[in-house]
Design a protein around this ligand. Structure first.
Ligand code: UDP
Length: 430
């Protein structure tokens, strides 16, 4: 059997005070005809990364609505995961050689995982490229369609995908009934007749990263990390990575510091000890920060985990997200949810979240970024209004309950399409 990931039960009613009656009632109505259906989500890892984050909430919420949802992970050795990491990077635009041998390794692991699939679900959702070949491998193994509806859910940015790698992945996802992307600009049509959906990511307002924290706890966490909670501070939460432009953030802070000498800057990143790239970029960022003790570079290595990120996001005077390239930008969603005024660049999914002048400021360069942040620092009433709008925008569009609704509609549509096809496979043509 594919390894089963246990989840902590959640009661959907816990979201009612946060999202309101209409949303919860709609979820109950949508799930009513689907009660008892079996849904399997399959991905590559139980910990780390956005997919695991989403499944930890999505699966138990579906269960609370009467859906028999389960989370399974595929098995693989180092050779497989280092290959799929390369595939992942080249789909996101970093060139890497991709040989016929690589394809064989990939297919071999799909076959061995297909042999571990025992029970069949009404709908199986396969996440990202690592397990994408599971469905075609099952068809081959059983010599017929394994039953149920099959959905491939892509969480990555495909705009600069390396063509040979994408062609290979596309050949694996051609048989799926539906393909789902995170943003309109990532959509790729793989074959006629396949259901195509765009489902934006979402955050769970009940997790330690997003739940309300008392002002005292937030202040004491911030102070414990050497930041003065009584002075204004700018915050960016992002890996030390050139695409997140931490050096640009320091340049922006310096412009602001000339006008507001009390200002502080906090950069929070998560560092993996096996990520040499992260360390070398950390060093470059630290050099740019120099001897300014009002610049704080913090990470998980200083004990900054989910609750600490939450506290910094709750207390930041202005949140920055200066990404040069971005997927969706969950850090923006998290900050908006905490009613923080955000100044961010116009990249990836950020413009879906920041409506310029209403839920934050969208900026094109350092000078605009500094001007936007300065305005928010100097006009607390404007900052408060923008913060409130941002929270409301996230409440409506980017909370997990919206994602649950989209998922339920997708399962319904996939089941309908399969019923229309009489349970038969439609011809597959690429
Ligand atoms: N994050 C964190 N600690 C850090 C840095 C980032 O918990 O030190 C989290 C952040 O809160 C967000 C995610 O990592 O939930 C980053 O997601 P995003 O979409 O912003 O960027 P990505 O890293 O996926 O490009």
């Amino acid at each position: 059997m594919l390894a089963h990931v246990p989840v902590t039960p959640i009661d959907i009613e816990e979201y009612r005070p946060i999202v309101g009656d209409a949303t919860i009632d709609e979820l109950r109505a949508l799930s009513e005809p689907l009660r008892g259906m079996v849904v399997h989500h399959v991905n590559a890892t139980a910990f780390g990364g956005g997919v695991a984050e989403i499944l930890q909430s999505l699966v138990p919420i579906l269960q609370s609505l009467g859906i028999r949802a389960e989370w399974r992970v595929i098995r693989g050795a180092d050779e497989f995961f280092s290959l799929t990491k390369r595939i992942h990077n080249s789909l996101q635009g970093l060139y890497a050689p991709f040989t016929p041998d690589d394809q064989q390794v990939y297919l071999r692991y799909q076959e061995s995982n297909a042999a571990l699939v025992e029970s069949e679900a009404d709908v199986t959702v396969v996440h990202d490229p690592q397990p994408a070949g599971l469905f075609p491998a099952l068809i081959q193994l059983r010599e017929h369609h394994p039953g149920g509806g099959w959905i491939w859910r892509c969480h990555i940015d495909l705009t600069e995908a390396q063509p040979d790698v994408w062609d290979f992945v596309a050949s694996q996802i051609a048989p799926y009934d539906a393909v789902v992307f995170s943003l309109e600009q990532f959509v790729r049509q793989v074959r006629e007749g396949q259901i195509l959906r765009v489902l934006a990511p979402a955050i769970d307002p009940r997790t330690p990263k997003n739940a309300a924290l008392s002002l005292e706890s937030s202040r004491s966490i911030v102070a414990r990390h050497g930041v003065d909670p009584d002075r204004p501070f700018l915050l960016q939460v992002s890996r030390f990575d050139p695409w997140k432009d931490p050096q640009g953030v320091i340049d922006v802070y310096r412009m602001i510091k000339q006008v507001i000498p009390r200002a502080q800057l906090v950069l929070i990143a998560s560092m993996a000890d096996d990520d040499p790239e992260g360390w070398s970029y950390y060093e470059r960022t630290a050099r740019r920060a120099g001897e300014d003790f009002d610049i704080h570079l913090l990470s998980n290595l200083n004990g900054v985990g989910n609750v600490e990120v939450n506290a910094f996001q709750q207390l930041a005077t202005v949140v920055l997200q200066k990404s040069i390239r971005e997927g969706f930008g969950l850090t923006v969603t998290e900050a908006l949810w905490k009613a923080r005024p955000v100044v961010a660049s116009n990249a990836g999914g950020i413009p879906l979240q920041i409506i310029n002048g209403k839920t934050g400021y969208l900026v094109g360069n350092n000078v605009q970024c500094a001007a936007g942040a300065l305005r928010l620092l100097q006009k607390p009433r404007v900052a408060a209004r923008i913060g409130r709008n941002g929270r409301e925008h996230v409440r409506r569009h980017f909370l997990i309950t919206r994602l649950v609704r989209d998922e339920l509609m997708l399962y319904r549509d996939v089941l309908r399409q399969r019923a229309l096809a009489g349970g038969e496979r439609q011809p597959i043509s690429q």
